[in-house]
Design a protein around this ligand. Structure first.
Ligand code: NAD
Length: 297
C-alpha cells in the first residue's frame, strides 16, 4: 500500500517489465511445446509508414523485444508517400492472414492518412493496441470478456500499481491529458479499479488545485517537467507517461522528477518507468490474442 511516510520510492518499470517478459518467454516456450503441427506460432506485425526517427526507434524496439522472448515479429515499413488506400489494403491482408495474431500501426501516421480510418480498419481480434472503438467501447462498458486487448500504456501503468501493491480503490486519481491512447483509457481503468477520477486537460482551469488533492497523479501531456513538487500532495503516487527530448538531447518526462521525488511516495522515472511497461504489455497482449485465437483464453 502507498505510504505517506517514505518519499521518492522508484516504481521501477524496467525491472517489472523484465520480470514480465521473462514470464512471457516461459509461456511462449510452453505454447511452442504444446503446439499442434498445423497451428501457427504467435506473431506480431508492426506497420510503420514514413521515416520519423522516433517511430523507427520505437518500432525496432518492439520487434526486437518480441524476438528476444521468442515471439515471431515482422516490421513492415512503407514509404512516407504511401496512400491511405494502400495502407488499408495492407491491413486488410494482415486481418485475413491466419499466421498474424497482432497488428500494430505505429503512430503518428503521415498527415495525408486519416489515423482514425486506419485504426478502425484493424480487426478487433488482432487489435493489439486496443485502439479499435469496439475494444475501447468494451473498456468503457466494463465488459471484461469481449474486449481483446487493453491499450498498452494505461494497462502497463495499472500493472506497475498492482506490482507495488499500491491501493487504488477509494483513492483520488488525477489524470492529466485526455488522449484516446493514454489519458482517457487510463481514467477508465482507474475508475474500474474503484478510484475517484478527475480527468484534466489543456482547458482545465487551475491544474494545480486538482493535482494537489490527488493520491495518484498520472501525467500524460508531452510537456517537459510541467508537474512540479508544489503541485503534489505529500505522499502522492506519481506516474509519468511523458517522453520529451530536451534541447541537449536528454530525455525527460512531464514530471520534474528531482523535485517531485521529494514529495511523492512512489514515482516512475523517465526513462525506465512507464515506457518499458508499455512494451511488455504489448507482448502480453499479443500472446493473449494468440491464445484467444486458439480458444485457450
Ligand atoms: P497527446 O498530445 O495526444 O495528448 C496530450 C494531452 O495533454 C491532451 O489531452 C491535452 O489536452 C493535454 N494537455 C496539453 N497541455 C496541457 C496543459 N497545459 N495542462 C493540462 N493538460 C494539457 O499526447 P499522448 O499521445 O497522450 O502522449 C502524451 C505524452 O506521453 C507524450 O510525451 C508522449 O510521447 C508520451 N507517451 C509515452 C508513452 C510511453 O509508453 N511511455 C506512450 C504514449 C505516449
Amino acid at each position: 500500500m502507498a505510504s505517506t511516510q517514505a518519499t521518492g520510492q522508484i516504481l521501477d518499470g524496467k525491472a517489472v517489465s523484465q520480470q514480465r517478459l521473462a514470464e512471457l518467454a516461459t509461456v511462449l516456450q510452453r505454447l511452442s511445446a504444446e503446439r499442434a503441427t498445423d497451428e501457427h506460432p504467435p506473431k506480431l506485425v508492426v506497420v510503420l509508414v514514413g521515416d520519423d526517427p522516433a517511430s523507427q526507434v520505437y518500432t525496432r524496439r518492439k520487434t526486437t523485444v518480441a524476438q528476444e522472448i521468442g515471439l515471431e515479429s515482422e516490421l513492415i515499413t512503407l514509404p512516407g508517400n504511401t496512400t491511405e488506400a494502400d495502407v488499408l489494403a495492407l491491413i486488410a491482408t494482415l486481418n485475413a492472414d491466419a499466421t498474424v495474431h497482432g497488428i500494430l500501426v505505429q503512430l503518428p501516421l503521415p498527415r495525408h492518412i486519416n489515423q482514425q480510418t486506419v485504426l478502425h480498419s484493424v480487426a478487433p481480434h488482432k487489435d493489439v493496441d486496443g485502439f479499435h472503438p469496439y475494444n475501447l467501447g468494451c473498456l468503457l462498458a466494463g465488459d471484461d470478456i469481449p474486449y481483446q486487448a487493453l491499450p498498452c500504456t494505461p494497462a502497463g501503468m495499472m500493472s506497475i500499481l498492482k506490482h507495488y501493491d499500491i491501493e487504488i480503490a477509494g483513492q483520488h486519481a488525477v489524470v492529466i491529458g485526455r488522449s484516446t491512447i493514454v489519458g482517457k483509457p487510463m481514467a477508465q481503468l482507474l475508475l474500474a479499479a474503484n478510484a475517484t477520477v478527475t480527468l484534466c486537460h489543456s482547458r482545465t482551469a487551475n491544474l494545480a488545485s486538482h493535482t494537489q488533492q490527488a493520491d495518484i497523479v498520472v501525467a500524460a501531456v508531452g510537456q517537459p517537467n510541467m508537474v512540479t513538487a508544489s503541485m503534489l500532495k505529500p505522499g502522492a503516487v506519481v506516474l509519468d507517461v511523458g517522453i520529451n527530448r530536451l534541447p541537449d538531447g536528454r530525455l525527460c518526462g512531464d514530471v520534474d522528477f528531482d523535485s517531485a521525488k521529494t514529495v511523492a511516495s512512489y514515482i516512475t522515472p523517465v526513462p525506465g518507468g512507464v515506457g518499458p511497461m508499455t512494451i511488455a504489455t504489448l507482448m502480453e497482449n499479443t500472446v493473449n490474442l494468440y491464445q484467444r485465437s486458439l480458444g485457450k483464453k
